[in-house]
Design a protein around this ligand. Structure first.
Ligand code: DON
Length: 543
């Protein structure tokens, strides 16, 4: 399996091999980056079920070869029945388990992926590849089956405590032995017949089937304590947004606006770091310390100011103004560790997994798609709709269930992100494209990882744009993460040698792997270079 691929006719980097192959075959047929991204998105819903989805949502950032750009926001929305205190028990605690924001039908927001992909294809596809050709490979994989890869077997085994009691997970992905349910063995053919039927309807009739046709009716008829009504589905709309566009050195940085927090945080951190130029040597303790200080500050703003800007006032321009960034940078020094306030550390962050997924496509003309989409937790709400084979998301946990109480990613959020019907939960997903003045793509990047997404993206952008390394080296480079609260600096193992110096500066550190980046670069003479994260099991391909 290759993690880096070079070519002249375009390329893809995705977290799963079959989906990557489908993507490059669309490019080879004359499709553009959007066409290929749509085909990959549907394929991952079958072959990468922990995060690929029809039942979730996400963001797609597109830069046309001319430089025009758009963000398609197909984030889930809260159903009409949702209320701001719906996940609080009588004694005011956030409900855990079934009925809470993480597990079961009640955790599910109105899915956006199918609407997002259709809108992308209709508005920005090449016009050369029919919709049915882009969805059909996924139909074949779901109905005809595919051989269970080791990575899927492993990911299922990590989620057994959540998924093993669901009948559809049992039928399609598990087998029963004397010790109980276990994932099917590597190499077993995995068929998802109901999902195949659903995909075939979407292939033949389009997104209307999902939101107002047979699939909508089937989904809404299976309430099981959840909130999804057919009117929620019928009312869902993917939204086109203007990407945030900032400058870093001589580069244009295109990234995701609210309801993502990722773009704002990324531009704030890049802004502070540019003011610190020249930066200390990459990955020296001084560098880790300086960048961490910017992470703390950007995440503090995230927690205070951000939510769905269609519902609450988000002062985007003020947050990104030079004035604010200069004031954020105040007190930032290479020697002094100004800590997060005295609030005690909350529960530890979850370990790395395949809960969200990112993929990047670049076509021969330099059209770029950077997409991050998700079910939120691994396998979302850990339930599959029996009628449709669709895994339901648990995106409702990205809202503030209760101010001051951390969500599953340890994030403390404000009332700006409170639950309200039709509102989108605040996200950290941050598909990003960095271009130079001649329109060459220095890096198109993104990652899964909840709040760590923002910092994984920051590291790849700094590596490619500031330090000038290749896309392969930018993706492979070490990562670290701080999110203001809890007061802990997470470092990858390769940075372990810096731990002693950082501890001496007062840092509490922990070691974990961060992110699964799938990125690419392009220039007119050299073509594309695509790179899949060596930390994951994805594949980069180019023509
Ligand atoms: O939108 C968000 O920020 C989260 N739902 C993303 C979840 C995620 O990345 C989990 N991945 N490991």
């Amino acid at each position: 399996m290759s993690t880096t691929a070079v070519g002249n006719l375009g390329g893809v980097a995705s977290p799963e091999t079959l989906a990557s192959h489908i993507g490059v075959s669309v490019l080879a047929m004359g499709g553009n980056a959007i066409d290929a991204a749509v085909a990959i998105g549907f394929a991952l819903a079958v072959t990468f079920p922990s995060a690929g989805n029809l039942g979730g949502g996400g963001f797609l950032l597109y830069r046309h070869p001319s430089g025009r750009n758009v963000a398609i926001d197909f984030r889930e929305t809260a159903p009409a029945m949702a209320t701001s205190d719906m996940y609080l028990s009588k004694d005011g605690k956030v409900i855990s388990g079934d009925g809470g924001p993480v597990d079961g039908y009640r955790a599910c927001g109105v899915p956006g992926s199918v609407a997002g992909f259709e809108q992308a294809w209709m508005r920005y596809g090449s016009g050369r590849i029919p919709w049915s050709k882009l969805v059909d490979p996924a139909v074949q994989l779901a109905s005809g089956g595919f051989s269970m890869p080791h990575s899927l077997q492993r990911s299922l085994s990590l989620s057994m405590d959540r998924i093993s009691s669901d009948r559809s997970f049992q039928t399609m992905f598990l087998s029963k032995s004397i010790v109980g349910w276990q994932p099917q063995r590597t190499g077993t053919t995995i068929r998802q017949p109901r999902l195949g039927e659903t995909l075939a309807r979407i292939r033949d009739r389009g997104a209307i089937d999902f939101y107002a046709g047979t699939t909508a009716r089937l989904l809404a008829s299976e309430r099981n304590g959840g909130m999804l009504l057919s009117t929620d589905l019928a009312g869902y709309q993917a939204v086109r947004r203007k990407p945030l566009s900032g400058r870093f050195l001589d580069f244009q940085v295109l990234t995701m606006p609210p309801p993502s927090s990722g773009g704002i945080a990324l531009l704030q951190m890049l802004g502070m770091l540019e003011m610190c130029h020249p930066l200390p040597a990459a990955y020296s303790p001084a560098y880790i310390h300086l960048v961490t200080q910017t992470m703390r500050r950007a995440f503090r703003d995230r927690s205070e100011y951000l939510g769905d800007a269609d519902f609450v006032d988000v002062p985007v321009d003020a947050l990104l103004s030079k004035l604010h960034i200069r004031s954020l940078k105040r007190g930032l020094s290479v020697s002094m560790n100004v800590k997060t306030d005295d609030l005690p550390a909350t529960r530890p962050l979850v370990n790395e997994s395949e809960q969200t997924t990112h993929f990047t496509v670049i076509d021969r003309d330099g059209g770029v798609v950077s997409t991050t989409y998700t079910l939120n937790g691994s396998y979302g709400a850990a339930v599959i709709s029996e009628n449709t084979g669709i895994i339901l998301n648990n995106e409702m946990d990205d809202f503030t269930a209760k101010v001051g109480v951390p969500n599953q990613f340890g994030l403390i959020q404000s009332a700006k992100n409170a639950i309200s019907p039709k509102k989108r939960p605040l996200s950290s997903m941050a598909p990003t494209i960095v271009a130079d003045a001649s329109g060459h793509i220095r890096i198109a990047t993104g990652s899964p990882g909840g709040p760590t997404i923002i910092n994984s993206v920051l590291h790849t952008v700094l590596q490619a744009a500031y330090f000038g390394v290749s896309v392969h080296d930018a993706v492979a480079a070490p990562r670290f993460h701080h999110q203001w609260k809890p007061e802990v600096l997470q470092l990858e193992r390769s940075l372990s040698s810096a731990r002693a110096s950082l501890s001496a500066m007062g840092y509490e550190t922990a070691v974990r792997s961060l992110g699964d980046v799938h990125a690419g670069s392009w220039n007119r003479t050299g073509g594309v270079t695509m790179s899949s994260d060596p930390r994951g099991t994805g594949e980069a391909l180019a023509e």
